[in-house]
Design a protein around this ligand. Structure first.
Ligand code: UDP
Ligand code: MG
Length: 314
């Protein structure tokens, strides 16, 4: 019998884990496969690990990795994929925003149809502040224009993958992991499944507007070099403009003499040009700082404790 590993990144999810376990085991019971539930405790401070350990006591299919501190969801997913032993690996949020009931359908897509992974997208953004939705839409439009990786609007990390897809994702050894981009970049035959947005069952989201904004910038830096091209083009455009201005001024001086005016316009031009310069240096700096982090080759996560195998009975 084949095995599905369910990878669940958890950060302060004590309030919802029991509920999650109930729902996922109910689904698992109806499927003709073995299961492994791999919880990644991402440095939680609210007793998440205790809940996981309690689940482990009554069910040896429950396994966990507990980080030395909070490393972020991307590291959680990576650790899960690295430590999953199943033939198929599912990634799923702990907050039940990803309905486990879709799993059988996803599994069927991989076994009966010729798909390598089944991924999900939510078709609406119910329960989300309108400004956030507007910015999210803008982000997806932008990044798909400037990046080769297919980054689908509303795509969740919730998915079921065959082993080869997992290996492909693991082979991408970058430190700055933007999962949405990574899963899109590896490609493979993907079946998309849609569902309506579900609000989290308990606990609260770890995102706010500002952190989402930074996340979006990270995504653009990680999967596109268009900002660099744009800043070079901007530089060229300004040079051209300056050249035309020089000609205009020389001709004007020769024709009309040399009245010393134009101080305000000079200040405006100075401000604009130095602003654009700073902006471009900033863009360059973003790429440089990411490169700097990549070259350090720091581990993506550190394990404080883990239980990954079935415990032998003494
Ligand atoms: N998560 C994590 N580490 C973090 C932040 C979040 O492992 O630093 C997990 C969290 O426990 C949840 C999932 O990532 O299972 C999604 O988090 P959240 O619900 O806050 O995000 P949203 O669904 O609002 O995008
Ligand atoms: Mg959530």
């Amino acid at each position: 019998m084949s095995t599905i590993s369910v990878v669940v990144p958890c950060y302060n999810e004590a309030a919802v884990l029991d509920l999650f376990y109930e729902r996922i085991t109910a689904v698992a019971a109806g499927m003709p496969v073995d299961f492994e539930f791999l919880f990644i405790d991402d440095g939680s401070r609210d007793g998440t690990l205790q809940v996981i350990k309690r689940l482990r006591e009554k069910d040896t299919r429950v396994r966990y990795v507990s980080f030395s501190r909070n490393f972020g969801k991307e590291s959680g997913i990576f650790a899960g994929l690295e430590n999953a032993t199943g033939d198929y690996v599912a990634v799923m949020d702990a907050d039940l925003q990803d309905p486990p009931e879709l799993l059988p359908e996803m599994y069927a897509a991989l076994t009966q149809e010729d798909f390598d992974c089944a991924r999900t997208r939510r078709v609406d953004r119910k329960g989300e502040p309108p400004i956030r939705s507007a910015f999210a839409r803008l982000f997806y439009r932008l990044i798909n224009r400037i990046s080769k990786a297919e980054i689908v609007d509303g795509a969740r990390d919730f998915q079921l993958m065959k082993r080869k897809v997992v290996d492909a994702v693991l082979a991408m050894g970058e430190y700055n992991r933007f999962s949405k981009g990574i899963f899109g970049w590896v490609g493979y035959r993907t079946k998309w499944m849609e569902f309506e947005n579900v609000e989290r069952a308990a606990g609260e989201t770890k995102w706010n507007f500002w952190s989402l904004m930074l996340y979006a910038i990270d995504g653009i830096i990680a999967f596109s070099t268009a900002p660099l091209v744009i800043s070079s083009l901007l530089g060229m455009l300004l040079c051209l403009l300056a050249f035309v201005m020089i000609l205009v001024i020389i001709i004007r001086t020769l024709v009309f003499g040399d009245p010393t005016s134009g101080w305000p316009s000079l200040v405006c031009i100075l401000l604009m040009v130095s602003g654009i310069q700073l902006l471009c240096i900033g863009i360059l700096g973003q790429y440089l700082s990411k490169t700097y982090l990549e070259t350090k080759r720091r581990p993506l996560y550190l394990i404080r404790e883990a239980e990954l195998k079935e415990r032998s009975v003494h």
